[in-house]
Ligand binder design. Sequence first.
Ligand code: NAD
Ligand code: TYD
Length: 335
Amino acid sequence: MRLLVCGGAGFIGSDFVRRMLAKHDDLEVVCFDTLTYAGNLDNLRDVATDPRYSFVRGDICERAAVEAAAEGVDAIVNFAAETHVDRSIAEPEAFLHTDILGTHTLLEVVRARGIGRMVQVSTDEVYGSIDVGAFRETDLIKPSSPYSASKAGGDLQVLAYHTTYGVPVMITRGSNTYGPYQYPEKLIPLFVTNALEGGKLPLYGDGMNVRDWLHVDDHCDGIEFVLFNGVPGEVYNIGGGNERTNREITAIIIDELGLTPDVISWVSDRPGHDRRYALDCGKMADAGWTPKVDFEAGLRDTIRWYRDNEWWWSKIKHSTGEFADWRRRWYDERA
Ligand code: NAD
Ligand code: TYD
């Protein structure tokens, strides 16, 4: 089997590439990624010399480049996206471009080339916030941020292409994911790496927003399950079943690193901040898939991974001005 993994140089995509090559001897992976600020070939250095792996630098919005990379592939898994809610609030355009137009371009290529399967990796954020209960795949989507609205636009394209053209594509909607190699703008790697550098942990609002945390290995396991067992046109929720407030996450980080709560800095809330995400994952469970990683053990292992792999995140945070410039802009604009 030959697989085109779009966005494979990012956090979740690179875990997926590594796991697919490790698990399946007969599988070839073409990683297609434009290498935005979040794309990083360091994430794939473990597989860089594997003869079954190749890398193509390209943009999923550019049809000719996608067509060339898709030559001879049996399936496409699309992780490529702009993914950070805060950046989508400050600079939304790139989100519409990649997350909607890019998804459309991939669907056109699958349709034109008769590619056998596609998985669109989406997010629980398309459903919006829910105070009690949990969203099922059949619930209405009601996204709150430019990021989640753009992902929702991609999802709607996928469903329309299945209905109209019979394109064989499935959607996964994963919950908040954590693990090694996550770009340190997201809550867990930002807080851990700030703490390791003696900095502050900027908690938004009252710190009581709830996310359902999913280990990256479980997320990729669920995506693989859908790739091989999913029914075209269907949506699959992939949650970790680990609802925690941001305060609870922060407390574990502080405890694991032997710090005290005065490292927290309480900062003004994110505009439009979703209060709680929750998924009903009965459909995946009925199909035979459940997550495996124990949350507290997974989080503590992840914290230790960042402690032991400063080479990976220090480069991102300090070798160009991009990371610091973005953080300064984000706080300056809201001061
Ligand atoms: P990430 O930001 O770490 O990586 C995104 C990757 O996509 C990068 O390598 C980037 O270079 C690439 N990319 C961006 N625009 C591109 C384009 N136009 N053409 C080609 N490549 C492009 O993101 P992630 O956290 O690994 O998320 C991967 C996918 O999973 C996304 O679609 C996201 O919406 C979804 N998701 C993420 C989470 C999470 O908690 N991180 C949870 C659920 C779903
Ligand atoms: P994030 O990792 O950006 O993921 P998402 O917004 O997609 O869920 O944020 C997770 C939670 O952590 C969210 O409630 C916002 C909060 N948060 C902070 O309190 N401080 C921060 O600096 C960041 C980046 C996030």
